[in-house]
Write a protein that binds this ligand. Structure first.
Ligand code: PGA
Length: 254
């Protein structure tokens, strides 16, 4: 099995840069034996500068970015600024942002701008609920097509697609667990759409899973979910849990 990627999404945590440094360092000091697994941490943007040089083994990602390089967009941070600040990845279209009004049209602009800036976009897609008539497949298809519209075949392989069923995320009230079989079914579907749209250039794209991924189910998802990695949110806020997930990924890739 090939190299995996584990991406921690800290969301709007922790409260201070001191705590951020402590959490980051606690992960960094326990991954010296990790050789094959790519590790990314996406902290709040404010902490990027403080964390970026703390470990050569951990890449930094942002949790959103805006289009354009500079300009009259109060409150926004551009992909180019993030790149210059030391970020290599950026999460785009996360369901928690979509619930605040983020549209696939905007995500599409952000994906293209991130690629232009040299960042690797982690494009989040996923249905809010599963219905008996399988309408959720069309939801995911529409999100993929809208968010990747106009992305060139040359750069498509850089994009990471994160499948995250919203009903499985820790922040969803009444959430329930997704299974590796749910994940596999969807990753096969996603690969088919990508292949129809981008041809063989999509073959190298990575698809990962997010949605309460944790140290208990990581092995099952990585072995049986048809994925190239995981994006834990909640579990990435406890150093020992995040390190366990990284070690599981390292072993699965052996
Ligand atoms: P979770 O978050 O692991 O806490 O469900 C994942 C995400 O939504 O990024």
């Amino acid at each position: 099995m090939s190299k995996k990627i584990i991406i921690g999404n800290w969301k709007m945590n922790p409260l201070t840069s001191k705590e951020a440094e402590k959490l980051f360092s606690a992960v960094a000091k326990n991954i010296s034996n990790i050789r094959k697994t790519e590790i990314v941490i996406c902290p709040p943007v404010l902490y990027i500068d403080r964390l970026k040089n703390l470990s050569k083994k951990i890449n930094i990602g942002a949790q959103d970015s805006f289009w354009g390089e500079t300009g009259a967009f109060t409150g926004e941070v551009s992909a180019h600024m993030l790149y210059n600040a030391g970020a290599k990845y950026v999460i785009l279209g996360h369901s928690e942002r979509r619930s605040l009004g983020e549209t696939s049209t905007n995500v599409n602009k952000k994906v293209k701008e991130s690629l232009a800036a040299g960042l690797i976009p982690i494009l989040c897609i996923g249905e809010n609920a599963r219905d008996e008539s399988h309408g959720y497949f069309s939801v995911v298809k529409a999100q993929l097509e809208e968010c990747l519209s106009g992305v060139s075949k040359n750069s498509i392989s850089k994009v990471i697609v994160m499948y995250e069923p919203v009903w499985a995320i820790s922040s969803t009230v009444g959430r329930r667990d997704a299974t590796s079989a749910d994940c596999l079914e969807m990753t096969i579907f996603i690969r088919k759409i990508l292949s129809d749209k981008f041809g063989s250039d999509s073959g190298r794209m990575r698809i990962i899973y997010g949605g309460s991924a944790n140290e208990k189910d990581a092995e099952d998802f990585l072995k049986n979910g048809g994925i190239d990695g995981l994006l834990p949110g909640c579990a990435s806020l406890t150093a020992s849990k995040f390190v366990d997930i990284i070690k599981i990924a390292e072993n699965v890739a052996k």
